[in-house]
Design a protein around this ligand. Structure first.
Ligand code: AMP
Ligand code: TRP
Length: 326
């Protein structure tokens, strides 16, 4: 069975875009592939984090994964820092990557511009991501467009390492972007819905209360026309509502557009559909939140399963470069 690996940073509250673009697909993938899902807390540390908030968000992210339907008896769900092999292989990847390659990463340029403090780890971040992926001999890595460059670098590092030290790593296949992979901000529909949005009004949190979700969708920015049409260029706001409604109900946004003649009813239906979509996730989340020991046990088991794969791979890489066996 092909192996899938993906990671989500616990750097902010997970939102509707994360669910429709990633989590929902993970829940389906787990029955088709050997799936490993990782909450990448070490990656989150590359920018300043409040310790309490990081701990809380890491736990919340794990619960959201479970609430979204990941079954820990089918897939592997764990926290990156619980498996120290990630940090260790990351060192070998840093030694494999060149400064020139790392400097070309557009995410580093974006995240380091206008910052008071830029950590060394923000620069070497893609080496840790490569380690995440290569430790599990991953075949497929589902990521958004913004991560494509990091995935390409991972492939280059794997190939370079294999060439220098002998066949060690599986070179992961470039992952095809998923359908419905771009949910836009409700207030700025030309920008992706994101954890770091300028206004919280544009982002629907997965754990947000239904009244607040409905209010945000009703107040979503549209345009000065009245026609409901799916046209992401000319009508980004309306198209985003159609895309969200379509993703929530399994219908085609273009077909949906034909059914509406005014924005009001489209917004009302979109709000209802999103609330209905998130309701069972929120209910399951509340159950999990009431059982912290249960989630801790799931994560401990996940880390043990992950380590069983990661440890022999790290050992293989260590020996390949000439580190003495321990
Ligand atoms: P991030 O929130 O950037 O760490 O991304 C975590 C996962 O959610 C990645 O697989 C992204 O591709 C996906 N994702 C993030 N934002 C969106 C969005 N606005 N629409 C669709 N998918 C998204
Ligand atoms: N860098 C990814 C992001 O910001 C998160 C990530 C870390 C990841 N390690 C990964 C994604 C390994 C896929 C595979 O979204």
């Amino acid at each position: 069975m092909a192996r899938v690996f993906s990671g989500i940073q616990p750097s902010g509250d997970l939102h509707l875009g994360n669910y429709l673009g990633a989590l929902r697909h993970f829940a389906l993938d787990q029955y088709e592939y050997d799936c490993v899902f990782c909450i990448v807390d070490l990656h989150a540390l590359t920018v300043p984090q409040d310790p309490e908030a990081l701990a809380r968000r890491t736990l919340e992210a794990a619960r959201v994964h479970l609430a979204a339907g990941l079954d820990p008896s089918v897939c592997t769900l764990f926290v990156q820092s619980h498996v120290h092999e990630h940090a260790e292989l990351s060192w070998l990847m840093e030694c494999t990557a060149s400064v020139g390659e790392l400097r070309r990463m557009t995410q580093f340029k974006e995240k380091s511009t206008d910052q008071e403090f830029v950590s060394g780890a923000l620069f070497t971040y893609p080496a840790l991501m490569a380690a995440d992926i290569l430790l599990y001999a991953s075949d497929r890595v589902p990521v958004g467009n913004d991560q494509r460059q990091h995935l390409e670098l991972t492939r280059d590092l794997a190939e370079r390492f294999n060439h220098r030290f002998g066949a060690t790593f599986v070179v992961p296949a470039a992952a095809v972007p998923r359908v419905g992979a771009r949910i836009m901000d409700l207030q700025r529909p030309t920008a992706k819905m994101s954890k770091s949005a300028t206004s919280p009004q544009g982002t629907v949190g997965l754990l947000e209360d239904p009244a607040s979700i409905a209010r945000k969708i009703r107040r979503a920015v549209t345009d000065a026309e009245v026609e409901v049409r799916y046209d992401t260029e000319a009508k980004p706001g309306v198209s985003n509502l159609l895309a969200i409604l379509g993703a929530a109900t399994g219908e085609d946004p273009v077909e949906l557009a034909g059914r509406y003649h005014r924005y009001g009813p489209l917004k009302a239906d979109c709000a209802d559909a999103v609330v209905a979509l998130l309701e069972p996730i929120q209910a399951r989340y509340a159950e999990l939140a009431g059982d912290p020991a249960g989630t801790a046990a799931v994560l401990a088991e996940g880390a043990a399963k992950a380590r069983a794969v990661a440890a022999p791979m790290l050992e293989k890489a260590r020996q390949a470069v000439g580190l003495l066996p321990r």
